[in-house]
Design a protein around this ligand. Structure first.
Ligand code: SF4
Length: 319
Protein backbone atom coordinates (compact mmCIF):
# COMPACT_ATOMS: atom_id res chain seq x y z
CA UNK A 1 0.00 0.00 0.00
CA UNK A 2 1.39 3.42 -0.90
CA UNK A 3 1.94 5.69 2.12
CA UNK A 4 0.50 9.24 1.81
CA UNK A 5 2.89 12.16 2.23
CA UNK A 6 2.02 15.85 2.56
CA UNK A 7 3.33 16.74 -0.91
CA UNK A 8 1.90 13.61 -2.47
CA UNK A 9 4.78 13.12 -4.89
CA UNK A 10 5.15 9.47 -5.85
CA UNK A 11 8.39 7.60 -5.13
CA UNK A 12 9.20 3.94 -5.64
CA UNK A 13 11.74 2.43 -3.25
CA UNK A 14 13.59 -0.64 -4.47
CA UNK A 15 14.91 -2.26 -1.33
CA UNK A 16 17.92 -4.46 -2.04
CA UNK A 17 18.14 -7.80 -0.30
CA UNK A 18 20.39 -9.07 1.20
CA UNK A 19 21.57 -5.83 2.83
CA UNK A 20 22.98 -4.81 6.19
CA UNK A 21 24.44 -7.04 8.89
CA UNK A 22 26.37 -10.15 7.84
CA UNK A 23 27.14 -13.16 10.02
CA UNK A 24 30.65 -11.88 10.85
CA UNK A 25 29.35 -8.51 12.09
CA UNK A 26 26.56 -10.13 14.04
CA UNK A 27 29.06 -12.46 15.73
CA UNK A 28 31.49 -9.63 16.57
CA UNK A 29 28.77 -7.54 18.23
CA UNK A 30 27.53 -10.56 20.18
CA UNK A 31 31.08 -11.25 21.39
CA UNK A 32 31.28 -7.77 22.94
CA UNK A 33 27.81 -8.07 24.47
CA UNK A 34 28.46 -11.55 25.90
CA UNK A 35 31.82 -10.42 27.25
CA UNK A 36 30.08 -7.55 29.05
CA UNK A 37 27.54 -9.96 30.53
CA UNK A 38 30.23 -12.41 31.61
CA UNK A 39 32.98 -10.10 32.84
CA UNK A 40 31.07 -6.89 33.66
CA UNK A 41 32.06 -3.34 32.71
CA UNK A 42 34.31 -2.26 31.21
CA UNK A 43 35.26 -4.48 28.31
CA UNK A 44 37.82 -2.87 26.01
CA UNK A 45 37.56 -3.22 22.24
CA UNK A 46 40.59 -2.69 20.03
CA UNK A 47 39.46 -0.59 17.03
CA UNK A 48 35.79 -0.08 16.07
CA UNK A 49 34.35 -3.59 16.45
CA UNK A 50 32.70 -3.05 13.07
CA UNK A 51 32.78 0.13 11.00
CA UNK A 52 29.58 1.76 12.15
CA UNK A 53 29.20 4.67 14.60
CA UNK A 54 25.71 3.66 15.66
CA UNK A 55 26.93 0.18 16.66
CA UNK A 56 29.96 1.60 18.47
CA UNK A 57 27.90 4.15 20.41
CA UNK A 58 25.34 1.52 21.39
CA UNK A 59 28.09 -0.77 22.73
CA UNK A 60 29.70 2.18 24.56
CA UNK A 61 26.36 2.77 26.24
CA UNK A 62 26.40 -0.88 27.35
CA UNK A 63 29.92 -0.53 28.85
CA UNK A 64 32.45 -1.11 26.06
CA UNK A 65 35.45 1.21 25.75
CA UNK A 66 37.04 1.54 22.32
CA UNK A 67 40.80 2.01 21.93
CA UNK A 68 43.15 1.85 18.95
CA UNK A 69 46.05 0.09 20.70
CA UNK A 70 46.41 -2.21 23.70
CA UNK A 71 48.68 0.23 25.56
CA UNK A 72 45.63 2.48 26.03
CA UNK A 73 44.09 -0.17 28.33
CA UNK A 74 44.91 0.97 31.86
CA UNK A 75 44.89 -2.42 33.65
CA UNK A 76 43.81 -6.06 33.61
CA UNK A 77 40.57 -5.72 31.67
CA UNK A 78 39.20 -8.07 29.02
CA UNK A 79 39.75 -6.92 25.44
CA UNK A 80 38.01 -7.86 22.18
CA UNK A 81 39.77 -7.66 18.80
CA UNK A 82 37.62 -6.29 15.99
CA UNK A 83 35.99 -8.26 13.15
CA UNK A 84 38.63 -7.03 10.67
CA UNK A 85 41.40 -9.14 12.21
CA UNK A 86 44.68 -8.13 13.83
CA UNK A 87 48.38 -8.67 13.12
CA UNK A 88 49.91 -11.55 15.10
CA UNK A 89 51.79 -9.03 17.23
CA UNK A 90 48.51 -7.97 18.88
CA UNK A 91 47.53 -11.26 20.59
CA UNK A 92 51.23 -11.70 21.42
CA UNK A 93 51.24 -8.34 23.20
CA UNK A 94 47.99 -9.22 25.02
CA UNK A 95 49.59 -12.46 26.22
CA UNK A 96 52.70 -10.62 27.40
CA UNK A 97 50.49 -8.29 29.40
CA UNK A 98 48.39 -11.27 30.60
CA UNK A 99 45.21 -9.65 29.28
CA UNK A 100 42.17 -11.81 28.73
CA UNK A 101 41.40 -11.37 25.03
CA UNK A 102 38.59 -12.47 22.77
CA UNK A 103 39.14 -12.51 19.04
CA UNK A 104 36.11 -11.29 17.05
CA UNK A 105 37.95 -11.62 13.72
CA UNK A 106 35.41 -12.83 11.17
CA UNK A 107 36.04 -16.52 10.41
CA UNK A 108 36.17 -15.62 6.70
CA UNK A 109 39.03 -13.21 7.39
CA UNK A 110 40.78 -15.87 9.51
CA UNK A 111 40.44 -18.22 6.51
CA UNK A 112 42.44 -15.74 4.40
CA UNK A 113 45.07 -15.54 7.17
CA UNK A 114 45.45 -19.32 7.05
CA UNK A 115 45.74 -19.28 3.22
CA UNK A 116 48.56 -16.73 3.54
CA UNK A 117 50.37 -18.93 6.07
CA UNK A 118 50.02 -22.05 3.91
CA UNK A 119 51.44 -20.27 0.84
CA UNK A 120 54.27 -18.78 2.88
CA UNK A 121 55.13 -22.20 4.31
CA UNK A 122 55.26 -23.51 0.71
CA UNK A 123 57.90 -20.89 -0.11
CA UNK A 124 55.66 -18.51 -2.04
CA UNK A 125 55.68 -14.72 -1.92
CA UNK A 126 52.17 -13.41 -1.21
CA UNK A 127 50.38 -10.83 -3.36
CA UNK A 128 47.57 -9.31 -1.33
CA UNK A 129 44.87 -7.57 -3.39
CA UNK A 130 43.35 -4.95 -1.11
CA UNK A 131 43.26 -1.34 0.07
CA UNK A 132 46.29 0.13 1.87
CA UNK A 133 45.57 1.19 5.43
CA UNK A 134 42.37 -0.84 5.88
CA UNK A 135 42.52 -2.72 9.20
CA UNK A 136 41.82 -6.04 7.47
CA UNK A 137 44.84 -5.50 5.21
CA UNK A 138 47.03 -4.50 8.18
CA UNK A 139 45.87 -7.66 10.00
CA UNK A 140 46.51 -9.94 7.03
CA UNK A 141 49.96 -8.50 6.28
CA UNK A 142 50.74 -8.90 9.98
CA UNK A 143 50.25 -12.68 9.85
CA UNK A 144 53.64 -13.07 8.17
CA UNK A 145 57.14 -11.69 8.62
CA UNK A 146 57.96 -8.28 7.17
CA UNK A 147 58.50 -8.38 3.39
CA UNK A 148 56.52 -11.61 2.84
CA UNK A 149 53.49 -9.77 1.40
CA UNK A 150 53.19 -7.25 -1.45
CA UNK A 151 50.02 -5.18 -1.62
CA UNK A 152 48.39 -4.63 -5.02
CA UNK A 153 45.51 -2.15 -5.03
CA UNK A 154 44.69 -1.58 -8.70
CA UNK A 155 45.04 -2.98 -12.21
CA UNK A 156 47.75 -0.36 -12.78
CA UNK A 157 49.68 -1.77 -9.78
CA UNK A 158 49.26 -5.33 -11.12
CA UNK A 159 50.62 -4.18 -14.49
CA UNK A 160 53.93 -2.93 -13.10
CA UNK A 161 54.62 -4.93 -9.93
CA UNK A 162 57.81 -7.04 -10.01
CA UNK A 163 59.06 -9.88 -7.82
CA UNK A 164 62.43 -11.46 -7.04
CA UNK A 165 61.14 -14.91 -8.06
CA UNK A 166 58.05 -14.53 -10.30
CA UNK A 167 57.59 -18.31 -10.42
CA UNK A 168 56.86 -18.63 -6.69
CA UNK A 169 53.84 -16.44 -6.06
CA UNK A 170 50.35 -16.73 -4.58
CA UNK A 171 47.58 -14.17 -4.35
CA UNK A 172 44.96 -13.64 -1.67
CA UNK A 173 42.36 -10.86 -1.44
CA UNK A 174 40.68 -8.62 1.09
CA UNK A 175 37.16 -9.94 1.74
CA UNK A 176 35.24 -6.74 1.00
CA UNK A 177 36.43 -5.67 -2.45
CA UNK A 178 34.50 -4.97 -5.62
CA UNK A 179 34.15 -8.35 -7.36
CA UNK A 180 34.50 -6.88 -10.85
CA UNK A 181 37.61 -4.80 -10.02
CA UNK A 182 39.24 -7.78 -8.30
CA UNK A 183 38.61 -10.08 -11.24
CA UNK A 184 40.36 -7.51 -13.45
CA UNK A 185 43.41 -7.42 -11.15
CA UNK A 186 43.57 -11.23 -10.96
CA UNK A 187 43.43 -11.47 -14.76
CA UNK A 188 46.48 -9.20 -15.06
CA UNK A 189 48.40 -11.14 -12.39
CA UNK A 190 47.58 -14.48 -14.06
CA UNK A 191 48.63 -13.15 -17.45
CA UNK A 192 51.93 -11.76 -16.17
CA UNK A 193 52.68 -14.61 -13.71
CA UNK A 194 51.07 -17.76 -15.17
CA UNK A 195 52.21 -20.03 -12.30
CA UNK A 196 50.72 -17.84 -9.56
CA UNK A 197 48.65 -19.78 -7.04
CA UNK A 198 45.35 -18.51 -5.66
CA UNK A 199 41.91 -19.47 -4.40
CA UNK A 200 39.45 -20.91 -6.91
CA UNK A 201 37.83 -17.46 -7.37
CA UNK A 202 38.93 -14.82 -4.88
CA UNK A 203 38.52 -14.38 -1.12
CA UNK A 204 35.65 -11.92 -1.34
CA UNK A 205 33.12 -13.11 1.22
CA UNK A 206 29.56 -14.29 0.62
CA UNK A 207 28.10 -11.15 2.24
CA UNK A 208 30.05 -8.74 0.05
CA UNK A 209 29.17 -10.82 -3.02
CA UNK A 210 25.46 -10.96 -2.20
CA UNK A 211 25.14 -7.25 -1.36
CA UNK A 212 26.86 -6.32 -4.63
CA UNK A 213 24.63 -8.74 -6.60
CA UNK A 214 21.51 -7.24 -5.02
CA UNK A 215 22.63 -3.71 -5.97
CA UNK A 216 23.46 -4.85 -9.51
CA UNK A 217 19.98 -6.34 -9.86
CA UNK A 218 18.27 -2.97 -9.20
CA UNK A 219 20.87 -0.40 -10.33
CA UNK A 220 19.51 0.12 -13.85
CA UNK A 221 15.97 0.67 -12.57
CA UNK A 222 17.03 3.36 -10.06
CA UNK A 223 17.54 7.10 -10.58
CA UNK A 224 19.38 7.27 -7.26
CA UNK A 225 20.92 4.70 -4.88
CA UNK A 226 21.19 5.39 -1.17
CA UNK A 227 23.76 3.16 0.53
CA UNK A 228 23.57 3.24 4.31
CA UNK A 229 27.01 2.72 5.78
CA UNK A 230 30.08 4.38 7.24
CA UNK A 231 32.70 6.25 5.19
CA UNK A 232 35.39 3.85 6.53
CA UNK A 233 33.35 0.74 5.66
CA UNK A 234 35.01 -0.88 2.66
CA UNK A 235 32.06 -3.01 1.59
CA UNK A 236 29.66 -0.02 1.85
CA UNK A 237 31.89 2.15 -0.34
CA UNK A 238 32.08 -0.65 -2.90
CA UNK A 239 28.25 -0.71 -3.06
CA UNK A 240 28.25 2.95 -4.16
CA UNK A 241 30.80 2.17 -6.89
CA UNK A 242 28.91 -0.95 -8.02
CA UNK A 243 25.62 0.99 -8.27
CA UNK A 244 27.23 3.65 -10.48
CA UNK A 245 29.11 1.19 -12.68
CA UNK A 246 25.95 -0.87 -13.21
CA UNK A 247 23.79 1.92 -14.57
CA UNK A 248 22.51 3.96 -11.63
CA UNK A 249 23.21 7.62 -12.49
CA UNK A 250 23.71 8.76 -8.91
CA UNK A 251 24.66 6.91 -5.70
CA UNK A 252 25.50 8.25 -2.24
CA UNK A 253 26.81 6.79 1.00
CA UNK A 254 24.94 8.08 4.04
CA UNK A 255 25.40 7.08 7.67
CA UNK A 256 21.88 8.04 8.72
CA UNK A 257 18.68 9.59 7.35
CA UNK A 258 19.78 13.07 8.43
CA UNK A 259 22.74 12.91 6.00
CA UNK A 260 20.45 12.74 2.96
CA UNK A 261 20.58 15.90 0.87
CA UNK A 262 16.96 16.15 -0.29
CA UNK A 263 18.06 17.95 -3.46
CA UNK A 264 19.35 14.53 -4.60
CA UNK A 265 15.71 13.42 -4.86
CA UNK A 266 14.42 16.37 -6.86
CA UNK A 267 13.72 14.56 -10.14
CA UNK A 268 13.88 11.02 -8.76
CA UNK A 269 11.04 8.56 -9.35
CA UNK A 270 12.79 5.39 -8.19
CA UNK A 271 15.33 5.21 -5.39
CA UNK A 272 17.33 2.12 -4.48
CA UNK A 273 18.10 1.53 -0.81
CA UNK A 274 20.73 -0.83 0.54
CA UNK A 275 23.12 -1.04 3.49
CA UNK A 276 26.68 -2.22 4.01
CA UNK A 277 27.43 -5.30 6.08
CA UNK A 278 28.10 -3.28 9.24
CA UNK A 279 24.95 -1.11 9.12
CA UNK A 280 22.00 -2.10 11.32
CA UNK A 281 18.53 -2.49 9.80
CA UNK A 282 17.25 0.18 12.19
CA UNK A 283 19.14 2.80 10.16
CA UNK A 284 17.59 1.50 6.92
CA UNK A 285 14.12 1.71 8.44
CA UNK A 286 14.81 5.29 9.59
CA UNK A 287 15.72 6.24 6.00
CA UNK A 288 12.53 4.60 4.73
CA UNK A 289 10.46 6.39 7.40
CA UNK A 290 11.98 9.71 6.34
CA UNK A 291 11.18 8.96 2.66
CA UNK A 292 7.61 8.07 3.67
CA UNK A 293 7.24 11.41 5.44
CA UNK A 294 8.11 13.28 2.26
CA UNK A 295 6.71 11.16 -0.56
CA UNK A 296 3.87 8.86 -1.49
CA UNK A 297 5.97 5.75 -1.27
CA UNK A 298 5.65 2.30 -2.82
CA UNK A 299 8.20 -0.25 -1.59
CA UNK A 300 9.38 -3.21 -3.64
CA UNK A 301 11.89 -5.54 -1.99
CA UNK A 302 14.18 -7.20 -4.55
CA UNK A 303 15.92 -10.28 -3.21
CA UNK A 304 18.68 -12.12 -5.05
CA UNK A 305 19.25 -14.77 -2.38
CA UNK A 306 18.46 -15.71 1.20
CA UNK A 307 21.42 -15.86 3.56
CA UNK A 308 21.64 -18.59 6.18
CA UNK A 309 25.30 -18.26 7.20
CA UNK A 310 25.87 -18.23 10.94
CA UNK A 311 29.15 -18.28 12.88
CA UNK A 312 29.65 -19.79 16.32
CA UNK A 313 30.85 -17.68 19.23
CA UNK A 314 34.28 -18.39 20.79
CA UNK A 315 34.16 -21.25 23.30
CA UNK A 316 35.29 -18.93 26.11
CA UNK A 317 31.87 -17.25 25.92
CA UNK A 318 29.66 -20.31 25.53
CA UNK A 319 31.22 -22.80 27.99
S1 SF4 B 1 31.73 -8.55 5.40
FE1 SF4 B 1 32.32 -10.69 5.04
S2 SF4 B 1 34.38 -10.90 5.88
FE2 SF4 B 1 33.52 -8.99 6.71
S3 SF4 B 1 32.60 -9.57 8.66
FE3 SF4 B 1 30.99 -9.75 7.13
S4 SF4 B 1 31.06 -11.91 6.45
FE4 SF4 B 1 32.98 -11.47 7.51
Amino acid sequence: MPTRAPEGRKLTILLASPRGFCAGVDRAIQIVQRALERFGRPVYVRHEIVHNRHVVEELERQGAIFVEELDEIPGQFPVVFSAHGVPKSVPAEAEDRKLLYLDATCPLVSKVHREAEVHYAAGRHIVLIGHAGHPEVIGTVGQLPMGAVTLVETIADADVVTFQDPTRLAYITQTTLSIDDTIGIIEVLRRRFPTIHGPRKEDICYATTNRQSAVKSIAERCDLMLVIGAPNSSNSRRLVEVAKSCGCPSAHLVQRADEIDWNWLEAVETVGVTAGASAPELLVQQVIDELKRRFEVTIEEVSVTVETTHFKLPRALTA
